[in-house]
Design a protein around this ligand. Structure first.
Ligand code: ATP
Ligand code: MG
Length: 285
């Protein structure tokens, strides 16, 4: 369980708080998506969960963040990283080795995983990300998308209770992005791992997550199931969040009383709503 209570944070160099009064409870095993406009504070929110703030970026920290009951201000960064595995937005800053296999090994050795377990963990993580053939490659020679996959494989190998991934598909093509979300979802269900993903592709996010969190100027503006949040497509647009076109289309039809039912997240959902409308069953009473 992650419990964020009245969290506010101002970077030491910054004039104003970047996070303002954040309250968020995330149950074990939840799959949570975070999105919002550029600069709204999404990465800073992930830093609060993985302990980077206040441990690496000092500043004014108010409120509390607890992961499995551990207060991230009181615990050491090493202890937090045993609970929370992170993939940063800036992948290059995260890489510590020059060869792919060593990058995955590094965390396992650092965490004191028994030597006999390590080869299987490395194989499993590389295979899960579909990058077994990159094993002996130099990281400097990989594409941005390949590096992202290495970074995700490195944290998966550690089997943390919580995974925090900051835009893990930013450099990936659409098919690879879907593959990463498929993997994360499956992984979360199989291992009971809590997954928190920051992602700009809201359509993709909405298809996978249980809870969608919209951050706006350091505050949580909306938090709920994708269907609940996407009902507010006009307000979301005002704060720089572009809903899927299927959502906006159906929301406009709903606003005109032409279709009923919840907001849709997918083209398939929009097709169903339009079929209902065309067959005369969709109109609201
Ligand atoms: N280390 C830092 N010191 C001072 N200010 C910072 C620092 N890191 C981020 N900020 C500021 O905090 C604000 C929020 O940044 P953050 O990176 O959390 O936003 P974001 O929503 O992740 O943006 P993006 O979508 O571009 O990744 C920005 O105004 C940024 O300039
Ligand atoms: Mg960011």
């Amino acid at each position: 369980m992650i419990e964020i209570s009245q969290l506010s944070f101002r970077y030491r160099e910054g004039a104003d708080p970047i996070l303002k009064g954040i309250d968020l409870s995330i149950p074990d095993g939840a799959f949570v998506g975070v999105t919002g406009a550029a600069g709204s504070g999404k990465s800073t929110l992930t830093y609060a969960i993985n302990g980077i703030i206040p441990h690496c970026y000092p500043g004014d920290f108010y409120g509390s963040v607890r992961v499995d009951g551990v207060d991230t201000c009181e615990a050491s960064l090493t202890d937090i990283s045993r609970l929370v595995g992170s993939v940063c937005q800036d992948i290059d800053s995260q890489m510590v080795s020059s060869v792919v296999e060593d990058e995955v090994l590094y965390g396992l050795e650092n965490f004191g995983v028994p030597k006999t377990e390590i080869p299987a963990r490395v194989d499993e993580a590389l295979a899960a990300m579909g990058i077994a053939e990159l094993r002996d490659r130099s990281i400097a020679e990989l594409s941005g998308g390949q590096k992202q996959k290495v970074a995700v494989a490195s944290v998966l190998a550690l089997k943390p209770r919580v995974l925090v991934l900051d835009e893990p598909t930013a450099e990936l093509d659409p098919a690879s992005s879907v593959a990463v979300f498929d993997l994360l979802k499956r992984y979360s269900v199989e291992h009971g791992t809590t997954v928190i993903v920051v992602e700009q592709k809201i359509a993709l996010l909405s298809e996978y997550v249980d809870t969608l969190v919209i951050v706006d100027e350091g505050e949580i503006r909306f938090c709920g199931t994708p269907h609940e949040v996407l009902e507010h497509s006009d307000k979301l647009l005002e704060i720089g969040v572009n809903c899927p076109r299927s959502t906006s289309l159906v929301n406009r039809l709903r606003a005109r009383g032409l279709v009923c039912g919840p907001a849709v997240c997918t083209v398939e959902g929009a097709v169903c709503a339009c079929e209902g409308l065309l067959s005369g069953k969709g109109a609201c009473a």
